[in-house]
Design a protein around this ligand. Structure first.
Ligand code: ZN
Length: 260
């Protein structure tokens, strides 16, 4: 059976550490690197429910996209059972469950989060967003023009979103995608000649600005735009380590609901 360290090395072969943003925290973040692994749970986030699921399934390792600790929005100063994060970290450690997190290095990787998003949306000739130094976003086209409302409904269905928010009025043909919160890339998306940008976590002012600039914006949700990578990780790890039992978490899902 492979060790946690060997699985981490294998994941870095898919998503090299050098591709991570400098504020990020990727790789093995918890547990014993030499622990042998037989069962792996893959999830976008390590929530309390995911930890319970992995422990109940006898997993020695959880592989997640979002870091379980110490990245930009989740600093760790203490590990105490009377805080939500400390409670989670203690549960993982006391049950001997290691965590490997592949975050912005997996966003930027070839075959990573954003390439996967172009596949799910069936964009043609996908490639990097020009002048995107971070190499995060991707651009592709549709076979022909599609009315925005129809495309928004298509994105919602293809990603399994509970709902999408969108603005604009142009027909859709050249589409940029950025899984997760990529609203800051709007200017590059416009400069690249795209008419539409699919991403998440957009603000009221993002929508106002885009309307003024003539860009269609579609906010399809953070979870739905990134979750397709979990299947990729399951397939990749199963191919690399046929002796491992690797599965996608059944407990982690979109928590945001809409009334329309
Ligand atoms: Zn994300």
């Amino acid at each position: 059976m492979p060790t946690v360290r060997e699985i981490e090395q294998c994941l870095f072969a898919l998503a090299p550490k050098a591709g991570a943003m400098d504020w990020d925290n990727v790789g093995q973040l918890l547990g014993d690197p030499e622990r042998q692994v037989s069962r792996v749970c893959v999830a976008l986030d390590i929530t309390e429910a995911v930890a319970d699921e992995a422990i109940a399934a006898g997993c020695e390792l959880i592989v997640s996209h979002h870091p379980v600790m110490n990245c930009k929005w989740l600093p760790v100063q203490t590990v105490r059972s009377d805080t939500p994060q400390g409670h989670l970290l203690m549960k993982l450690l006391t049950n001997g469950v290691a965590a490997i997190c592949m975050h912005t290095n997996l966003d930027t990787a070839k075959g990573g989060v954003n390439d996967r998003l172009t596949e799910v949306l069936k964009l043609i000739d996908p490639g990097p967003l020009p002048d995107d130094e971070a190499q995060l976003c991707r651009v592709g086209t549709l076979t022909g023009e599609m009315p925005l409302q129809e495309f928004a409904a298509y994105v919602c269905s293809a990603l399994g979103s509970n709902g999408v928010r969108f603005s604009g009025c142009r027909p859709v043909h050249r589409v940029a995608v950025g899984g997760g919160a990529c609203g800051d890339f709007q200017q590059l998306v416009i400069a690249a000649g795209c008419d539409t940008f699919v991403t998440s976590d957009l603000s009221y002012h993002d929508f106002l600005d885009a309307e003024w600039k003539g860009l269609n914006l579609i906010d399809a949700g953070h979870f739905p735009t990134e979750d397709p990578i979990c299947e990729t990780l399951v397939t990749y790890l199963t191919d690399q380590f046929p002796e491992l039992f690797v599965f996608k978490s059944a407990s982690h899902r979109e928590v945001i609901q809409y009334i329309v």
